[in-house]
Ligand binder design. Structure first.
Ligand code: DX5
Ligand code: ZN
Length: 222
């Protein structure tokens, strides 16, 4: 699938009203945005959200790139299911994948783009060896589990390290930030080298979600 060129906003359906998902997702422009889906299993994180059925529903509602963030134990057991549900990008957590390289290979074998994420407590050095195997590095800027938390500015250092490593190794993976993103924090993350900006509350809990999305796009442009 073709994807818009960065910078890209990825509205997170975690903060959307699922009783009117079609209307909520209608603001997502496939030519500019991605759609971020947060899968949580109540083991890897202390919250439970949804699985492939809801991803498949989102897939039917938009032609935008569906960006699936797996906050779950044993993600390898479900990769095929999420790909069949329509995921374009599948991101797993390094903390949940002892056989990291193998899991990334498994994601790519399905035809999806392979993402790797790290929690705030995991140092950048833990993911550094895998940069050549990635389509996307997702830097968590809050503790994963819930929307609406405050951005952790100290995570920007990881974004900078990722951007530096990418240049030095001549790689082309995208750098995504997730958690507490609004206009101001998006600008900071953009300056640090981020390409994809996940936002839940800043969009879907705003009085005018379409306007909030437009403001975020404008904040990271240029
Ligand atoms: C948090 C999720 C995020 C969440 C972000 O664990 O991974 O994607 O939706 O929500 P906000 O933008 O409200 O911090
Ligand atoms: Zn997420």
């Amino acid at each position: 699938m073709s994807t818009p060129s960065p910078p890209i906003v990825a509205p997170s359906i975690l903060s959307a009203d699922f009783s009117r998902l079609a209307e909520e997702l209608s603001i997502v422009d496939p030519a500019q945005d991605w759609l971020h889906c947060d899968v949580m299993d109540n083991h890897f994180v202390p919250n439970l959200t949804f699985g492939p059925i809801v991803v498949a529903a989102a897939r039917k509602l938009t032609s935008a790139c569906v960006d699936v963030h797996l906050m779950m134990e044993r993600p390898w057991a479900m990769i095929d299911e999420f790909r069949k549900a329509g995921a374009d990008v599948v991101t797993v957590h390094i903390e949940a994948c002892p056989q990291t390289r193998e899991v990334l290979r498994q994601v790519r074998a399905t035809g999806a783009k392979a993402g790797l994420s790290l929690k705030p407590g995991t140092p950048f050095a833990a993911v550094a060896p895998y940069l050549p195997d990635l389509d996307l590095l997702l830097v968590m800027t809050v503790e994963p589990g819930f929307g609406g938390q405050a951005f952790m500015p100290e995570m920007l250092e990881k974004v900078r390290s990722a951007a530096t490593g990418r240049t030095r190794l001549q790689l082309d993976f995208l750098i995504e930030v997730d958690g507490g993103i609004h206009e101001e924090t998006a600008r900071l993350a953009r300056a640090a080298g981020a390409d994809v900006f996940v936002a839940g509350n800043a969009i879907f809990r705003a009085a005018h979600p379409a306007q909030a999305l437009a403001s975020l796009r404008a904040a990271i442009a240029g």
